[in-house]
Write a protein that binds this ligand. Structure first.
Ligand code: AMP
Ligand code: MG
Length: 481
C-alpha cells in the first residue's frame, strides 16, 4: 500500500486515536480481490487480508482514529455523533493516484459510541458489503468494501448475533455532519477544515472567484446526481441522515436500505422509519433538505469584503442547482432505460405512463424494464389487470420510436437496465447461510452483482429475477445493525 496519511494531520479535536479491538475467533468472510488490486495492495497485504479486515493488523504509517461529527437524524438535530464503532485505519493511493480511505467498521467502542457497543453484526456487515459492491457495479457513486470477516463472538441485538468487521473504502469519510459538528462545537476550525476539503476533494474550486461557493455548488450537484441514479435503479437508502452523506456526493453506512421490487414509490423499506420520511419517492426532496441544512454551516465563512446578506443569498443560489441537476440526470437516465430519444418532447410523458402502469399493476420495477428492453410486451400485458392502459402506452411508445435509430436506443437500454439487483430476500439467504459458516451464497451474489447488466445463466437462480410472492412474509429490515 502507498500511504497518504492526511486526515491525522488535522487538529486533534476532530478525532480520537485508538487501536481496533479484535473480535474472538476472527475468520474470513469475503475478499474483493479486484478492488484490492485497484488499491495497490501488495501480495503480502493480500495474504494478510483477514488480519487487516479483523483489526489484528494495523499500519505504522497511519495511527487509527475515530472521527467526530454530528448530524440530523430523521430530521432532528442529534448533536454529537462520530465514529462509534468504526476507525479510519489508513489512507492509501489507488492505481489512479486517488486517495482512498480504509475504514474498519465494527472495531470496538470509541469516545463517540454513546450507548452503543462499538460492534457490527454479520447480518448488517453482509448487507453493507453487498450494497456498496452492487451500487458500484451499477455505476452509482457509493462507498465500497475490500473485505469482511466474521467471528465467533456473540453481539446482542434483538437476538444474539455474530460480531463481524468490514473494511470500507471510500474516496472520503467527511460527512455533511462534520460541518455541523465543527460549526456547533468548534467553529474556530471551520475555515481551515473547509480549506482542506477543497484542497483534497475539490482542488478545481480553489481557482474559482469564490472557492467556497464553487465547492458548495459542486457538493449540491454531485449529491443530486447520486440521488437521480438511486431513483433510476430503484434504490432506497433508508437512512438519509446528514451523517450518512459525504461531501463528495456519495454515501456511507448502508443499513436498512432496499432495492425496490414492485414499483411502490411510497414503500417504506426501513421498519424503523415510522413516518416514512425516507421512502423512495421522498429521496430527492430529502437530499435537498440535507443540503440546505448543510449549507447553513457555511454562513460563517463569509469573506471579509463580502456583504453578509449577499453571502447568504449566494449560498441559497448554490442550492438552486439541485433540482435542475437532478432532473437533467433523472430524465436522461429514464429515457435511456425506456429506449426513447431524450430530445423528443413526448418521451418523458411516455416514461411516466409506463411508471404509472408499474405502480397500479404493482409490477416489478427491474424486470419490467428488462421485459420492455427484450420487447416482451405481451408478457407485461398479461401481468396487467388493465390491459387497455398498457395498449395505449405501447401505441404511444412505438409511435415515438418509429423513425428513430432504434439500434442505438436499444444499445442504450442495455447499459441502463440491470438484470440483477440485490433483492432483500437474496441478501437474507446469503446472511442465513453465512451465519452457519457458509459464505458460498455471499460469493455467488458478489459475482452475480459484479455484472448486473449481463445475463449470467450459470450463476443466477430463478428467485434472483422476481420479487417475493405477494403472500410471502416480507424480509424485515430496521436500523438495528
Ligand atoms: P448509523 O445508523 O450506522 O449511521 O449510526 C449512527 C451513529 O450511531 C454513528 O455515530 C454510529 O457510529 C453510531 N452507532 C451505531 N451503532 C453503533 C454501535 N453498535 N456502537 C456504537 N456506536 C454505534
Ligand atoms: Mg451513520
Amino acid at each position: 500500500m502507498q500511504f497518504n496519511s492526511r486526515y491525522s494531520l488535522l487538529p486533534s479535536k476532530l478525532y480520537h486515536h485508538q487501536q481496533p479491538l479484535p473480535l474472538k475467533g476472527a475468520k474470513a468472510g469475503h475478499f474483493n480481490t479486484a478492488l484490492a488490486e485497484q488499491l495497490q495492495w501488495s501480495e503480502a497485504d493480500k495474504q494478510s487480508w483477514v488480519d487487516i479486515c479483523s483489526g489484528q493488523k494495523t499500519f505504522a504509517e497511519f495511527p487509527p482514529l475515530a472521527m467526530v461529527y454530528a448530524g440530523h437524524q430523521f430530521g432532528q438535530w442529534a448533536g454529537q455523533l462520530g465514529d462509534g464503532r468504526g476507525l479510519l485505519i489508513a489512507q492509501i493511493l489507488d492505481q489512479k493516484q486517488q486517495t482512498i480511505d480504509l475504514h474498519l467498521k465494527g472495531a470496538g467502542s470509541t469516545p463517540y459510541s454513546r450507548m452503543g457497543d462499538g460492534r457490527a453484526v454479520l447480518r448488517s456487515v453482509i448487507r453493507e458489503y453487498l450494497a456498496g459492491h452492487a451500487l458500484n457495479a451499477l455505476g452509482v457513486p457509493s462507498s465500497n468494501a475490500v473485505g469482511f470477516t466474521s467471528s465467533t463472538q456473540g453481539v446482542q441485538r434483538e437476538k444474539l448475533e455474530l460480531g463481524a468487521m468490514m473494511l470500507r473504502t471510500s474516496d472520503c469519510h467527511i460527512r455533511l455532519g462534520h460541518f455541523e459538528w465543527i460549526n456547533q462545537y468548534q467553529s474556530d476550525l471551520l475555515a481551515d477544515f473547509t480549506q482542506k476539503c477543497l484542497e483534497w476533494h475539490y482542488p478545481e474550486c480553489l481557482l474559482a472567484e469564490q472557492p467556497i461557493l464553487a465547492f458548495a455548488t459542486q457538493v449540491v450537484q454531485r449529491t443530486a446526481v447520486m440521488i437521480a441514479k438511486w431513483q433510476l435503479v430503484g434504490f432506497a437508502h433508508g437512512v438519509m441522515n446528514t451523517d450518512n452523506l459525504n461531501i463528495t456526493g456519495s454515501t456511507l453506512d448502508f443499513g436498512p436500505y432496499g432495492f425496490m421490487e414492485r414499483f411502490r414509490p411510497n414503500w417504506i423499506n426501513n421498519h424503523s422509519d415510522y413516518q416514512g420520511r425516507y421512502t423512495y419517492q421522498q429521496q430527492p426532496s430529502i437530499g435537498h433538505w440535507n443540503l440546505w441544512t448543510w449549507l447553513n454551516n457555511l454562513i460563517p465563512l463569509c469573506p471579509q469584503d463580502y456583504d453578509k446578506e449577499q453571502w447568504k443569498q449566494d449560498l441559497a443560489t448554490c442550492l438552486e442547482h439541485y433540482e435542475p441537476t437532478f432532473l437533467e440526470h433523472y430524465k436522461l437516465g429514464l429515457s435511456q432505460k425506456m429506449g426513447l430519444p431524450h430530445f423528443h418532447t413526448d418521451s418523458f410523458d411516455c416514461a411516466m405512463a409506463f411508471l404509472r402502469i408499474l405502480q397500479t399493476e404493482q409490477l416489478d420495477y427491474t424486470q419490467s424494464f428488462i421485459r420492455l428492453q427484450n420487447k416482451q410486451y405481451e408478457i407485461i400485458k398479461d401481468d396487467c389487470l388493465d390491459r387497455r392502459q398498457f395498449e395505449s402506452f405501447l401505441a404511444q411508445y412505438e409511435q415515438i420510436r418509429a423513425n428513430q435509430d432504434t439500434a442505438e436506443l436499444d444499445a442504450a437500454m442495455q447499459q441502463a437496465n440491470p438484470v440483477y439487483i440485490l433483492r432483500n430476500h437474496m441478501a437474507q439467504k446469503a446472511i442465513e447461510r453465512a451465519e452457519r459458516n457458509d459464505f458460498s451464497e455471499v460469493d455467488r451474489l458478489f459475482n452475480l452483482l459484479s455484472q448486473p447488466f449481463t445475463q449470467q445463466p450459470d450463476l443466477e437462480n430463478a428467485e434472483d429475477l422476481a420479487p417475493l410472492a405477494n403472500d410471502a412474509p416480507e424480509v424485515m429490515v430496521s436500523c438495528s445493525s
